[in-house]
Design a protein around this ligand. Structure first.
Ligand SMILES: Cc1cc2nc3c(=O)[nH]c(=O)nc-3n(C[C@H](O)[C@H](O)[C@H](O)COP(=O)(O)OP(=O)(O)OC[C@H]3O[C@@H](n4cnc5c(N)ncnc54)[C@H](O)[C@@H]3O)c2cc1C
Length: 361
């Protein structure tokens, strides 16, 4: 089948790879150049973890782990570094994650805050700490490049600098020409509704500009990836963090201003940087608080933080990754290929259609 994938971020690239593995003739169309920083998939790091309260996500992460390793072998690239991860904060939030790991037969141990600080002296902890050793970090830029390279090796044609204007019955029209399509996959991140809503009823998607920051480490300590859930002694929003080649990255989850992806200014808000510095001062003795170096990136969020991966007619939508989609990308690519092949996903979590507000992340 001729499939056009709209969007060359991590999800579009992963979809193209999976579709090509199944023998489809794929064209991937991306409005910007490879490695651009205007969407959601750029930078040097993303957390990889299985610790979700919902079993479906735990299984999806496990499948993604296998595929990331396959991609590393296929492309000869290091993508996934295992560092372990910790979830800490309110026991009621941490406990369901421990139980979900156990149900999946994945490793996880509960530590008290003092023991956790002894192991990771760059951090301090308050209440329950869940350590899951199979987690770590992905190199984001290298991962997108590897997915694209693996797809191209299987014959996928990539068209950069080519913005899709309209999806017609048997072709996709762009500002540099048209591409024949039996099926179209829209994986266009913050731009998805603009392209897909002429054909499907899209759930609400909210685009925000998020601004994590890198801090220089001052201790020669190991750093797990971490999620500090709000509540207990953390009186602000939840915070995530991880080590990377640019320093220790920390960020608030989904607190940025609503923006238009075409007109945003890419300027981090100083008050957001100050909040991250306050967090680092209180909880991260292993970083130089004054070294904060912010960057911006887009979240495209659904009302319940569950993804949209669904098909309507000859159009499949993969969007709304709500600030936690990177780790799953190759497994999501397989779901997209399943839908294109006429299979169903066996979950209602990702269906098109209205969502109610509750968080999965
Ligand atoms: C600060 C930050 C931290 C994050 N941390 C994590 C983490 O630790 N772990 C994790 O799992 N996830 C994390 N995420 C989430 C993850 O990065 C995203 O879920 C993921 O990158 C979304 O990828 P995407 O392909 O859907 O979107 P994008 O990367 O935005 O790709 C969409 C692409 O479509 C293209 N496009 C749009 N319109 C058109 C058009 N008309 N024609 C052609 N091309 C078009 C765009 O140019 C873009 O390249 C984080 C996100 C941010 C912003």
């Amino acid at each position: 089948m001729k499939v056009v994938v709209v969007g060359g971020g991590v999800i579009g690239a992963a979809s193209a790879w999976s579709l090509a593995k199944r023998g489809h003739v794929v064209t991937l169309v991306e409005q910007f150049q490879p490695g651009h920083k205007s969407g959601a998939s750029h930078g040097t790091s993303r957390i990889f973890r299985h610790a979700y309260a919902e079993d479906y996500y735990v299984g999806l992460a496990a499948r993604a782990y296998t595929l990331w390793r396959e991609l590393e072998i296929d492309t000869g690239t290091d993508l996934l570094t295992i560092t372990g991860a910790v979830d800490h904060g309110v026991p009621d939030i941490v406990r369901p994650r421990i139980e979900a790991l156990r149900r999946a037969g994945l490793a996880g141990e509960v530590l008290d805050p003092n023991e956790a600080h002894r192991r990771w002296p760059g951090m301090t902890f308050d209440t329950t700490v869940l350590h899951h050793p199979d987690a770590g970090r992905l190199h984001a830029d290298r991962s997108v490049a590897a997915l694209t390279a693996a797809a191209e090796k299987l014959g996928v044609r990539t068209e950069y600098g080519s913005a899709v204007r309209e999806i017609l019955r048997t072709e996709v029209s762009t500002d540099v020409g048209s591409f024949a399509a039996d099926h179209v996959v829209v994986a266009a991140g913050a731009w998805t509704s603009r392209i897909a809503s002429a054909h499907v009823s899209m759930p609400e998607l909210v685009t925000t500009q998020e601004q994590p920051a890198h801090f220089l480490p001052i201790l020669d300590a190991s750093w797990p990836s971490f999620v500090h859930h709000p509540g207990a002694a953390l009186q602000t929003e939840g915070i995530y963090g991880l080590a990377s080649e640019d320093g220790v990255k920390i960020g608030e989850h989904g607190t940025g201003p609503v923006v238009d992806p075409d007109t945003r200014e890419f300027t981090p808000a100083p008050e957001g940087v100050e909040r991250l510095k306050s967090y680092a001062r209180a909880w991260l003795p292993g970083v130089d608080v004054d070294s904060a170096d912010p960057l911006t990136c887009l979240y495209t969020t659904t009302a319940d933080s569950n993804f949209i991966v669904d098909r309507s007619g000859n159009l499949t939508v993969a969007a709304g990754f709500s600030g936690h989609g990177f780790k799953f990308a190759p497994a999501v690519g397989e779901l997209v290929a399943d839908l294109v092949d006429g299979r169903t996903l066996g979950t209602a979590l990702f269906e098109l259609g209205p969502r109610t507000r509750e968080s999965a992340a």
